[in-house]
Design a binder for this molecule. Structure first.
Ligand SMILES: Nc1ncnc2c1ncn2[C@@H]1O[C@H](COP(=O)(O)OP(=O)(O)OP(=O)(O)O)[C@@H](O)[C@H]1O
Length: 279
């Protein structure tokens, strides 16, 4: 369970977070979305003990991220945006170091590594140096490393960036599997369909403030069910309709080319942030 209370973060003149309040339930798969620079990574850095807030509080399973930082860190695992494995070391060696940092005993580490390498389906590469692995395999090693100390919350900061669609979908299956084991998952991504597919609830952050929060289905329903895209003076304009009949009545009045489709979460992103999605 994650609780965030009136969190702000200021870097000199930049207000990265302007008062974020959030409650993520135990076992929930929660997506935290927003344009570049909206404050997603800053939030994760504060929650995982890598940065201090300017004001406000946050707790992971009841442990305060500042005053009980060690206990709070034990509650969570982090898969950061950048690949930060030791590339000269093997897969097993990378996981082993993480286990040592969390004071896991040798036998406990060995058993957990075997379990996790099966879990993320990379056991056949266990003794390969990380530098020989593809981007998708490296991500899976990073997920395994983050799960090494059996955290109750997993933070994933853009876990599929730069991966091809097939590999991204394998990571999605893995994330679902992790949630099904009871872990709370807090995910940021620029692939909005990833959040639409995976998340129980989604928060949209814009300029350091949460501007919308709900289930993907209810967020989309606020706009309607159907969307009509049309190019007007070189810009894409989208109109939303509550049902197909209403959209059809509108189409009869239109000239030029347009396309009708189902409303998706990307429409919500654009409508609440006023910005286009930039992967
Ligand atoms: N260490 C830092 N020093 C100064 N400014 C920073 C620092 N880290 C982040 N910022 C600024 O804080 C704001 C929020 O950044 P943050 O990285 O949290 O956004 P983000 O939503 O994760 O962006 P992205 O989607 O591009 O990863 C941005 O304006 C960013 O430039």
């Amino acid at each position: 369970m994650i609780r965030i209370d009136k969190l702000t973060k200021k870097y000199k003149s930049v207000h990265a977070l302007r008062g974020v309040d959030l409650h993520v339930e135990e076992g929930e798969l929660f997506a935290y979305l927003g344009p570049n620079g909206s404050g997603k990574t800053t939030t994760i850095r504060i929650l995982t003990g890598l940065a201090y807030p300017t004001t406000g509080d946050a707790w992971l399973h009841g442990f305060h991220v500042i005053s009980e930082t060690l206990e709070a860190k034990r509650q969570c695992g982090l898969v950061p945006q950048t690949l930060n494995l030791d590339h000269e070391l093997t897969v097993v060696e990378n996981l082993n170091i993480h286990g040592k940092l969390f004071h896991m005993k040798r036998r406990e580490r060995a058993a957990r590594i075997d379990e996790l390498l099966d879990y993320v389906e990379i056991n056949d590469r266990r003794n390969s140096p990380v530098k020989q692995l593809s981007g998708g395999l490296k991500r899976r090693v990073m997920v395994a490393r983050a799960l090494m100390h059996s955290p109750r919350i997993l933070f994933l900061d853009e876990p599929t960036v730069g991966l091809d669609p097939t590999i991204r979908r394998r990571i999605w299956s893995l994330v679902k599997k992790i949630q099904q084991k009871g872990c709370t998952v807090f995910l940021t991504t620029h692939y909005i369909e990833e959040a639409e597919f995976l998340a129980d609830r989604v928060a949209f952050l814009n300029e350091g403030t949460i501007v919308a929060l709900d289930t993907p289905r209810d967020l989309m329903a606020r706009l309607g069910s159907w969307a009509l895209d049309k190019i007007v003076d070189g810009d894409m304009e989208t109109a939303y309709f509550k049902d197909r009949e209403e959209a059809n009545r509108h189409i009869e009045t239109q000239k030029g080319s347009f396309s009708l489709r189902r409303v998706n979460l990307e429409d919500v992103f654009i409508s609440v942030t006023g910005k286009k999605v930039q992967p």
